[in-house]
Design a protein around this ligand. Sequence first.
Ligand SMILES: [Zn+2]
Length: 69
Amino acid sequence: MPRIIIVCPTTGADVPTGHRTQDFDLSAVVEPRSFRCPVCQRVHAWRGDDARIEAGLTPAAARLAALPQ
Ligand SMILES: [Zn+2]
């Protein structure tokens, strides 16, 4: 199942939110959700408008996404 990805506002990298597309309908995520970024270790908030389904991950982000959560 594809992961839900946002762009890290600190590093500009694509990062997985830890959620997958079966968890949410992105268009329905209107309240900000928070997660700890695996790239910069800060907590980021995201909404459906900010997120996208994984596709064309950068190689670095794909490696991170393959790590156990
Ligand atoms: Zn980050």
